[in-house]
Design a protein around this ligand. Structure first.
Ligand code: NAD
Ligand code: ZN
Ligand code: ZN
Length: 351
């Protein structure tokens, strides 16, 4: 089969590779009907994720059709249309049973990280993929849900909802500020209403992203390139700050912005993946009764979000900006990697 193979920092190619085969009785082989590229794949290609070794097939998001199942798989059958979760979960280890499969202990590398696809084992940017723990890592897809909607459930919608909205403890009437309006920040914005946010303020440097944010649920957009960005946000509250500030970029400056926007008693939810340490001004923050959270997505909300998507309750049709065929994956990377110019958000890659 053909697959997108990582050969080391800055080096990838569309290669002929052996087809995946069942290894454990809990595995399934899935034909990839649709996949996409995540910002994390770009981090890997820069060499920021050393656990990814040369020869690895990238990708951790997919919608596909089950081709083969191991003898102990009972939840999915050959021919089923499924969503692949970016977290592979055994369902029985201590972390899976306590609702934290992002730390599943049963993965083959025994890494204690549930995100293994396109990381520690071969991923979804290929014609076929082997999915471990198929019963608890694949989700059967109702007929009415399109691939372009379902693909958002592999990673970004659960990430925005779980790590932004739930960890941020959004409650009815809250004002939520979301710093960063990439796919993940937009997923926070699109799901913050589920817990009753009254105002959702999107903050980004890119005016086109701010416009998109308003299409998926933001009630205001503020450009953080403006000198008075903070005053603009405070003017939308009672002057004391927002109830919840969500960081969805992954750099020290935007985490710091969140700590400056939140009101006493509020929450800062960090979703961004940081490549370097961030200074935390405990001397200033301790007295403000602020909760700070962070984490790797568990995808335990995938089934719930799927029900909402199936009923048309989430604005999922705004996320896909470009479409490619599977054998055009290299050009899809060029388009996605140059988002400032191409205005790419999520690129849909289908067989
Ligand atoms: P992205 O790079 O597409 O979007 C980031 C956005 O931030 C862009 O729109 C950019 O214009 C904006 N931005 C940059 N600097 C800014 C600034 N100073 N002020 C305001 N906005 C600024 O990223 P994404 O794919 O949306 O992902 C966001 C983050 O979430 C990344 O760090 C990603 O690695 C992380 N992530 C975390 C998890 C998790 O489990 N915690 C899962 C997936 C992704
Ligand atoms: Zn991802
Ligand atoms: Zn587990």
């Amino acid at each position: 089969m053909k697959a997108l193979v990582y050969h080391g920092p800055g080096d990838k190619s569309w290669d002929e590779v052996p087809d995946p085969v069942l290894i454990a009785p809990t595995d399934a082989i899935v034909q990839v009907d649709t996949t996409t590229i995540c910002g994390t794949d770009l981090h890997i290609l820069k060499g920021d994720v050393p656990a990814v070794t040369p020869g690895r097939i990238l990708g951790h998001e997919a919608v596909g059709t089950v081709l083969e199942v191991g003898e102990s798989v009972t939840n999915v059958a050959v021919g089923d249309r499924v969503i692949v979760s970016c977290v592979s979960s055994c369902g029985t280890c201590t972390y899976c049973r306590s609702g934290n499969p992002s730390h599943c202990l049963a993965d083959e590398g025994a890494s204690g990280i549930g995100w293994i696809l396109g990381h520690l084992i071969d991923g979804t940017q290929a014609e076929k993929v082997r999915i471990p723990f198929a019963d608890t890592s694949l989700y059967a897809l109702p007929d009415g849900v399109s691939d372009s909607a379902a693909i958002l459930l592999s990673d970004i919608l659960p990430t925005g909802f779980e790590i932004g909205v739930r960890y941020g403890r959004v409650k009815p009437g809250d004002t939520v500020a979301v710093v960063g309006a990439g796919p993940v920040g937009l997923a926070v914005i699109a799901t913050a209403g589920l817990y009753g946010a009254a105002q959702i303020i999107s903050i980004d440097l890119d005016p086109s992203r701010l416009a998109l944010a308003q299409e998926v649920g933001a009630t205001a957009g503020i450009n953080s390139g403006d000198d008075d960005w903070k005053e603009q946000v405070l003017a939308l509250t009672d002057g004391y700050g927002v109830d919840v500030a969500v960081e969805a970029v992954g750099i020290p400056a935007t985490f710091d912005m969140c700590t400056r926007l939140v009101r006493p008693g509020g929450s800062v939810a960090n979703v961004g993946v940081h490549g370097k340490s961030v200074e935390l001004e405990l001397d200033r923050l301790w007295i403000q009764n602020i909760a700070i959270s962070m984490g790797l997505v568990n995808t335990t909300s995938l089934g719930m979000l799927l029900k909402l998507v199936a009923q048309g309750k989430l604005p999922v049709d705004k996320f896909i900006t470009h479409r490619f065929a599977l054998n055009e994956l290299m050009s899809a990377y060029d388009t996605f990697g140059n988002a400032a110019e191409t205005k790419a958000l999520k690129v849909l890659i289908s067989r």
